[in-house]
Design a protein around this ligand. Structure first.
Ligand code: SAH
Length: 420
């Protein structure tokens, strides 16, 4: 069987993996075993999957593969934020960012190569769009980051200089992971058929106080709800106890407001929801987030109310980018309070992060604080997001990757800038 015909197992969530094994006459529990080897231990060599029979391992080598994108560039910011450029099979590249904090480690994951939405203040939008990512390409971002973060810290670069050409060939994947390699918990004894030949036991990384991915936010390149069919299985692997074992609270999907898909998400995979609002009225939001012309604020907020109705404790996080002189006045703050009155909400104010082709500026700090104080005085939980990793262009809205643009948007924008 040629490589092209092999099934890349990274594309399969639990159900799909069970279907795959059923189609080859194997029992469903093979799915959990293999998911655990791949996603918890980072193993990509079937020979290392010692609780599978020799025959099954040989068979898998014929019909399947475990193929993740390679790291093309690896950068660390002064504040510890780390950004990887991942090279895809077709020559495009996407970005993934790890943001370490005292009590957690957040991975910001991309869902598309570029974006179709063209929000006026977003760098990704200016790159144009090529395609949606596969399940494998989405979930591989966790796999690759886990592996990279698990390396001995003394091997990690200290400066923000990019490391060119790092490839998976140096990765410690083909051997069962040792405690320094960043994958967690040995398989339960039941999975190991009596505990033989499994990965070495190690204390949980959390207990050892090491950096680890505790949260995932789908806030990288792309609009996740316009790649629903691949984003949902990828999130199921993030939530799967045999995959990454994250709770629904710790997986956040951020959307510019694709209303019908918010309802589907609620039904099929209700993770934490963030909505990029950015303006308190339609006239302004139409300019900042063109998708608003299709799904205006009222419809968007109704979908948010429905989203929260099922679980009484849940709230939607509204993201609001602070653009100097555009959406940051006290009047805007009062208007925002009024429209969010009956939606269970939290507000994240994001100081605008500039990028080369933009004419927007970040609101000054006192203006952001004044805006925040109006919201807090009205009882809205509000935080101002810290700017992280901006020295390596890893902050919100700065992810650009390498998009082979098919929309000609970049050419149009460049031409327009030339005329001005
Ligand atoms: N398409 C999704 C997810 C990607 S953007 C969405 O729109 O939510 C992740 C967040 O960064 C969004 O809230 C987005 O509006 C914000 N963002 C985009 N460009 C930004 C910039 N230049 N500065 C600050 N935040 C930005």
């Amino acid at each position: 069987m040629s490589a092209a015909e092999k099934t890349n197992l990274l594309n399969l969530d639990r159900q799909a993996m069970q279907d795959f094994f059923a189609a080859h006459g194997e029992k469903p529990f093979r799915a959990t075993q293999v998911i655990q080897w791949i996603h918890q231990y980072g193993v990509d060599d079937f020979d290392a999957m010692t609780n599978l029979s020799k025959e099954l391992r040989a068979r898998l080598k014929d019909i399947a593969e475990i193929r993740a994108p390679e790291i093309a560039q690896d950068q660390i910011a002064a504040d510890g934020t780390r950004k990887w450029l991942l090279r895809l099979d077709d020559g495009n590249a996407i970005e993934t960012v790890f943001i370490p904090e005292e009590d957690r480690g957040t991975l910001c994951v991309s869902s598309q190569v570029g974006c179709t939405l063209n929000c006026s203040f977003c760098s990704t939008g200016h790159q144009g769009f090529n395609r949606s990512l596969t399940v494998a390409e989405i979930v591989s971002q966790l796999l690759v980051a886990n592996r990279a973060l698990g390396r001995d810290p003394k091997d990690e670069p200290r400066s923000s200089q990019p490391i060119q050409g790092t490839t998976t060939s140096s990765a410690p994947w083909s051997v069962p992971p040792t405690p320094s390699e960043g994958f967690r918990l040995p398989p339960p004894r039941s999975l190991l058929e009596g505990g033989r030949n499994g990965p070495r036991s190690s204390r949980r990384r959390e207990e050892r106080g090491e950096r680890i991915i505790t949260n995932v936010v789908l806030m990288g390149m792309g609009e996740p709800l316009l790649n629903f069919d691949n984003v949902v299985p990828a999130m199921r692997l993030m939530l799967d106890d045999y995959g990454y074992g994250l709770s629904r609270r710790r997986v956040t999907l951020s959307t510019a407001g694709v209303v019908p898909m918010i309802d589907r998400l609620r039904e099929e995979c209700p993770v934490s929801l963030a909505v990029s609002l950015h303006a308190p009225n339609d006239a302004l939001r139409d300019q900042l987030v063109p998708l608003n012309k299709k799904y205006p604020i009222r419809e968007l907020l109704e979908a948010c109310r429905r989203y929260c109705a099922d679980s009484p404790r849940s709230r939607v996080t509204f993201e609001y980018v602070m653009l100097d002189g555009v959406n940051d006045s006290v009047e805007h703050a009062h208007e925002l309070v009024r429209i969010l009155r009956d939606v269970p909400s939290k507000v994240n104010l994001i100081p605008f992060n500039p990028f080369p082709q933009t004419h927007y500026r970040r609101s000054p700090r006192p203006v952001i604080d004044r805006f925040r104080d109006v919201l807090i005085a009205a009882g809205l939980t509000t935080i101002t997001r810290k700017t992280r990793g901006d020295d390596i262009d890893a902050a919100c809205g700065q992810l650009a990757g390498q998009v082979q643009d098919r929309t000609r948007r970049r050419q149009r924008l460049t031409a327009r800038a030339g005329q001005a």
